[in-house]
Design a protein around this ligand. Structure first.
Ligand code: ATP
Ligand code: MG
Length: 395
């Protein structure tokens, strides 16, 4: 049943000069570093390798010393749990000392360092994330991860329920990796354990929730996976959600757009997920504004575009389009999407300074007057120029 492990000796990323320098530095101090986790997984799945993280037998102080001696820059990004970031050839590599958790409360852990590769593998979440590759490209697989890679199956390392109780974020990670790499239905034992322990999701910090949820929403299989999560009553522990699956499946795989449609109460999202201002603004543009449509008259379209700005327009059109029955190559919607290219959003040519120059005093009344003038300008299809606007002001 165990498939023969391939070698990554010929992988190009494994030959990066920076990475080789780290392997060499650690070896010269009597330790060993291996590439661990996502990079090995992706290489075996034959998809691009982005971040290369390493695991290492030396404690963090010794890693630091060895790398500094080799002329590399070291940043102590997470010493308490054994991680330093080594910058080599202008690229950052996270180097984490082999470890296991000695105390967990479902949210964070205290860790102990050691030099036992297998034990390090057993503290990882899923078998396909617990693979290592040494400097020569040899793969180490203590959990049968390669077997799961070949089957596109996300399987917990060890007993799913126990692993979830150590860190409830693993529930969300289970679905996020399934959405990205899984095929067919999620692993049954894993899914059942996620369902049973779903209440643990309530206590996760907004930061951790946010990161995993946005990654899940960006994955190609997100919609099918979200449906499973909703069916198993797991999704509602993360956010009050809609069931607009058809609309969601018609959106591009943009996590913020998907979130705007998925969230039943978008107003509460900002705090729940610590959204950035830019993300919150994008969501507001989609849910609060009058939806663009090719059925609007051109001047109405321009008014909506003016309110939204070019980026908000793009988002709002995609969502409004997804809510219709129009095909995804519908020429009218495609043309609507490109409106900002034909009609660059104009700038309102009058400012508060102009009003002050006309004898008004600064304050709320001035703001209101400026707003009324702008409304008039929009209603006139942006035609009046600065002169005309100032003339109206004088009246
Ligand atoms: P991605 O390409 O999406 O970053 P990744 O596998 O690198 O995928 P990370 O979240 O960056 O995922 O984590 C790196 C590795 O650390 C994982 O592959 C896994 O082995 C381990 N890991 C991360 N978070 C956890 C967790 N909560 N519980 C157990 N192991 C974890
Ligand atoms: Mg990663």
């Amino acid at each position: 049943m165990t498939a023969k492990l391939p070698s990554l000796a010929r992988a190009k990323w494994l030959q990066d000069t920076g990475l080789r320098a780290i392997f060499a530095a650690v070896a010269s101090a009597g330790g060993e570093a291996r590439v661990a986790g996502g990079a090995v997984r992706n290489a075996l799945l034959k998809i691009p390798v982005a971040d290369v993280d390493l695991a290492c037998t030396l404690p963090p102080e010794a890693v630091t010393k060895a790398c500094v001696a080799a002329g590399l820059k070291v940043v102590p990004t997470g010493i308490a749990h054994g991680t330093v970031t080594v910058v080599a050839e202008h690229r950052p590599y996270e180097v984490t000392t082999l470890r296991h958790d000695i105390e967990t409360d479902g949210r964070r852990a205290r860790v102990a360092f050691h030099d036992d590769w297998q034990r390090d593998a057993f503290r990882r979440d899923f078998t396909m994330n617990a693979l290592y590759c040494d400097a020569r490209g040899k793969i180490y697989d203590f959990t049968n991860g390669y077997h799961d890679i070949l089957r596109n199956r996300i399987t917990f390392v060890g007993d799913p329920a126990k692993r979830i109780a150590e860190d409830y974020l693993r529930i969300l990670r289970f679905f996020r990796f399934h959405a990205r790499f899984g095929r067919g239905a999620p692993d049954r034992a894993g899914l059942a354990a996620c369902k049973r322990h779903r209440k643990g999701l309530d206590n996760l910090s907004a930061e951790r929730l946010r990161q995993e949820l946005l990654k899940l929403l960006a994955a190609p299989g997100a919609v099918a996976t979200l449906k499973v999560m909703a069916r198993e009553k797991i999704l509602q522990r993360i956010l009050p959600h809609t069931e607009d699956w058809r609309v969601l499946s018609r959106l591009p795989s943009d996590p913020v757009l998907r979130l705007a449609v998925l969230a039943a109460e978008p107003e509460g999202l900002r705090d729940r997920l610590r959204l950035s201002n830019a993300e919150a603004r994008r969501i507001a543009a989609v849910v609060e504004t009058f939806p663009p449509s090719p059925d609007l008259r051109p001047r109405e379209q321009r008014a909506v575009l003016y309110h939204l700005g070019a980026e908000g327009w793009h988002d709002a059109v995609l969502v409004a389009w997804a809510r219709t029955k129009a095909g995804l190559d519908d020429p009218r919607w495609k043309r609507l999407l490109r409106l900002p290219g034909r009609w660059p959003v104009p700038r309102f040519p009058v400012t508060g300074h102009d009003l002050v120059a006309h004898g008004m005093t600064a304050g709320p009344e001035l703001g209101a007057a400026l707003g009324r003038l702008e409304d008039w300008w929009i209603a006139a299809d942006f035609k009046p120029d600065r002169e005309a606007l100032l003339a109206r002001l004088a009246k």
